[in-house]
Design a protein around this ligand. Sequence first.
Ligand SMILES: [Zn+2]
Ligand SMILES: [Zn+2]
Length: 156
Amino acid sequence: MQEQFIVYENPVLHRENNGSQVVVSGSDNVVLNVIDVPEYLYTCDFCNDDIEVQTDDGKPLSVFVLNNTHALCQVCVKQSFTYDLTMYDRIGWCSCCTNEDVDKYLYIENDNTYSPIARFSTQDQADWFGELYAGHTGRELICIHGELTEPLQENE
Ligand SMILES: [Zn+2]
Ligand SMILES: [Zn+2]
C-alpha cells in the first residue's frame, strides 16, 4: 500500500465529528485498549510528543495523519517524507474538518503553470512546510495569500 498523509485542518473539530477514542494496538494490530481522550489531546504516534492543535489565540493548526491513522509531530512528519518523497504528491485534506480561515496557499510552478501543493491558516505552518518541501526536493514553493482557484485533493 502506498503511504499517504491526510491533513486535519481543524483537529479539535475532527475529534468532535468522529469521536475521540484512541485505539491502542499491539503487534499484529491486536487491539489492546480503547481510551477516551480529550478532543484537543493529540500525541505523536511515533515519538509520543504532544502535537499542538491550536495557536495561543485559538486558531486551528493542521495535523498530518499518516494513512489517516497515525497523527505525527512535525519532526516525525519530516522523517516520513524523507523515506518517501512521492508522498508530497498525494497529500489528502480531510473533508470533515475544513478550516474556513485557511488563506495561505503553497503552489509549485512548472512551465508557468501553478499547481497547489498545500494550504495553511498560519504563516508559521506555511513556512515550516515550505522549508520541508524545499529541503527535500530542492524546489521552492510560492506562497499566495487568498483564494484558491483549483481544489486540493480531498480525502472522502
Ligand atoms: Zn513524533
Ligand atoms: Zn476531519
